[in-house]
Design a protein around this ligand. Structure first.
Ligand code: MN
Length: 196
């Protein structure tokens, strides 16, 4: 059977400092995400889900299989959206225009997105997604849920599970979320938004 594998990060483990420390990347990617990969591979063996694409497992499964598959999809999108910190880091191209059209400005969008993440109760993710006509949507998703379950195309996400920030920011979730804007690779978000 096909085995899912831990994704390789498109940057060094210390490349996102000081926004995300090398220690947090080590635990988050190397331990937490690896754990979800190991759990999913064990859970789907001999089931109807073995040999299915990850996104289809997320759309069709439930329970422990959904939890682990959802967390792999979520983290794969999360870790691959980052790059080297930059002070004046802004959206480009079609995604920039879509953000302005929906929210009025990048600054208003940032505020609404961080607010959604800061107020999500417990563990989960805040997402920017596109609906079928390209209109942008912010959503809070609990635990391992992903917007593909609602027919949306996921573009950008902040992980608000405590394991994502507790080593570096302790209880200051909003400070962590506000700092993440420095490391978003908007070329990746633009590519996700424009690809069919
Ligand atoms: Mn996480």
């Amino acid at each position: 059977m096909k085995k899912f594998e831990l994704i390789t990060l498109p940057y060094e483990a210390n490349a996102l400092e000081p926004v995300i420390s090398e220690a947090t990347i080590g635990f988050h990617h190397g331990k937490h995400l690896q754990g979800y990969v190991n759990n999913l591979n064990a859970a789907i063996e001999g089931s109807e889900f073995e040999n299915m694409e990850l996104i289809d497992i997320v759309k069709k499964s439930a329970g422990g299989i959904l939890n682990n598959a959802g967390q792999i999809l979520n983290h794969n999108l999360y870790f691959t959206q980052f790059g080297k910190p930059a002070g004046d880091n802004k959206p480009i191209g079609h995604i920039a225009a879509a953000i302005d059209a929906k929210f009025g400005s990048f600054e208003v969008f940032q505020k609404e997105f961080v607010q959604a993440g800061a107020t999500l109760f417990g563990s989960g993710w805040v997402w920017l997604s596109a609906d079928t006509d390209g209109t942008l949507v912010i959503s809070q998703e609990n635990n391992a849920a992903n917007p593909v379950q609602k027919g949306l195309k996921p573009l950008l996400t902040f992980d608000v599970w405590e394991h994502a920030y507790y080593l570096d920011y302790q209880n200051r979730r909003a400070d962590h979320l506000n700092s993440l804007w420095q490391i978003i690779n908007w070329n990746v978000i633009e590519q996700r938004y424009t690809e069919k």
